[in-house]
Write a protein of this length. Sequence first.
Length: 284
Amino acid sequence: MPTPELISPRSPRVAAARRLARRGFRGKERRFIAEGPQAVREAVEHRSGGEPTLIELFTTVEAAERYADIVDAAHRAGARVHYADDEVLAEVSQTVTPQGLVGVCRFLDSPFEEILAAGPKLVAVLAHVRDPGNAGTVLRCADAAGADAVVLTDASVDLYNPKSVRASVGSLFHLPVAVGVPVEQAVQGLRDAGVRVLAADGAGEDDLDAELDAGSMGGPTAWIFGNEAWGLPEETRALADAVVRVPIHGKAESLNLATAAAVCLYGSARAQRAPGGCRSVTSS
């Protein structure tokens, strides 16, 4: 089989993909980059607004052979597949060592109103989260815990930052995510939808263990997570129904954001799946 023709580094398609490293261009084009076999595989299978999420795929010949199933699926989904050398992959990639597959994808965030209309039982709200790696990791934790949605407030990092996308390890494609929602609107909307809103904060008045022991965590719940360095502002904590801390039983000074989020979300998930919880097989 002849070697496929390689796309030129000077191609306009390469230049357009390279510009997606900038937030302004991503927002204008409503496109973002997903890298590596895991993310590209998820993008191939995902649809956004009724259309395939993956628009274009840049792949080395070696990667196309190694991940032939992904490349074939991209062809079937109607994506443009460009064979490229290492120079082009380095141009469009946002990592030091590209894995041979770089996808250009449509934005896939969901309207906040649609999330509310679906009757969510477990939601992670990222308020004032500025680190893209933290945002992507919390999204991954929410996905693993079985959350129904993630909300990024207007004071948080760009969902489509390449570091956020990589840190989500494909979870970005698994659950609805709303972006740019003012925190006051997020809290009020969730509360109106019958969801109890809890703020996660190390200085919280309430203890997560005590909440779980009291049996008060089995209903629909949203957790607000803040900036890792300085936590949640007082005005945001005041919006919540309760401010809850994760107990530190050892000598650690604190937990990082993603670890604390995992503990809180899994605590809610377990309570909701217990007898009488809102996800229990015995509940209506």
